[in-house]
Design a protein around this ligand. Structure first.
Ligand code: CP
Length: 309
């Protein structure tokens, strides 16, 4: 397969297994490029990309920007806080104004579920979803599963538990789709109030006992509790959450086997994970961030080929 089956990256849900294989193969090449003394290739000198961030971001925004620069694309950055969105302009008007400046591809983070899908139906540009509300975060799931493949050699057959606030997490949903498409077994673990009732219908199992979940898995992907998306209390206190679902070194040592620890960031140290675990040899958290640049270079490159063809 030489090109993606989709014109946009709106969610892992819309990708075939072959698309993921192609993105990983392309990312392998770009990972080699970004480890050279000269980390840049001229591939996208004729492409202009707008990064539209309507919601806060550190890793994703910087990683996309660096990926675009490494590919020699022209880029413009937009942050909602300083824009005319504050004066009542619609999303379509905002984006069409940006597109009239001859932009080819849009990377967008938005708090509304489905914002990327909506935009793809109304504007003439390739769209990459950089996170839409509590729905999908496809490049995060791609970089997460790429990092598992790098660490363990393959994703197929591996047992992965996603721990924490599954209900409000776009990372969880995209990871579930990406892991299942690549043949992993997936379990979710957290307080029952933070696990969606329908989750088993996606093909995952549920465990509310953290020690049992960790004993089962090869990889634990630990999520942050998203207080900013909660309008009610889902557990009695942060202290109790940490006691029941926090990962610490004592717990990991009690397993008598080594598992891989992941976290998409941002981390709340001492809440869902202790510093000694986050910074341990078992943790691949910074490898995930490093791989994010190669994965985003691959996604942008492959979508840009569809513009050129
Ligand atoms: N993992 C992630 O999406 O982090 P940011 O919110 O900092 O982009």
């Amino acid at each position: 397969m030489k090109e993606l089956t989709t014109d946009h990256l709106l969610g892992i849900k819309y990708l075939q297994k072959e698309d993921i294989d192609l993105i990983f193969k392309t990312a392998d090449h770009f990972k080699e490029v970004i480890n050279r003394p000269i980390k840049k290739v001229p591939s996208l000198r004729d492409i202009t990309i707008a990064n539209l961030f309507f919601e806060n971001s550190t890793r994703t925004k910087l990683s996309f920007e660096l990926a675009e620069k490494r590919l020699s694309a022209d880029i413009i950055n937009f942050s909602a806080a300083q824009s005319s969105v504050k004066k009542g302009e619609t999303l379509i008007d905002t984006v069409n104004n940006i597109l009239s400046m001859k932009v080819d591809l849009i990377v967008m983070r938005h708090s509304q579920v489905g914002a990327g899908v909506f935009l793809s139906k109304h504007v003439k540009a390739k769209i990459i979803n950089a996170g839409d509300g509590a729905h999908e975060h496809p490049t995060q799931a791609l970089l997460d599963t790429y990092s598992i493949r790098e660490k363990l050699g393959t994703v197929a057959g591996k047992k992965v538990v996603i721990i924490g606030d599954i209900l409000h997490s776009r990372v969880a949903l995209s990871n579930i789709f990406a892991l299942l498409k690549q043949g992993a077994e997936v379990k979710v673990c957290g307080p029952v109030t933070l696990i969606p009732k329908h989750i088993r219908s996606l093909g995952v199992s549920v465990e509310t006992d953290l020690k049992k979940a960790l004993t089962w898995c090869d990889v634990a992907n630990v999520l942050r509790v998203q207080h900013e998306r909660m309008d009610i209390k889902y557990f009695p206190s942060v202290r109790e959450y940490t006691q029941q679902f926090g990962i610490n070194a004592e717990l990991l040592h009690s397993l008598k086997k080594e598992i891989v620890i992941m976290h998409p960031g941002p981390i709340n140290r001492g809440v869902e994970i202790t510093s000694d675990v986050a910074d341990s040899n078992q943790s691949i958290i910074l490898n995930q961030v490093e791989n994010g640049v190669a994965i985003r270079m691959a996604v942008i490159y492959l979508l840009a080929q569809k513009i050129k063809n």
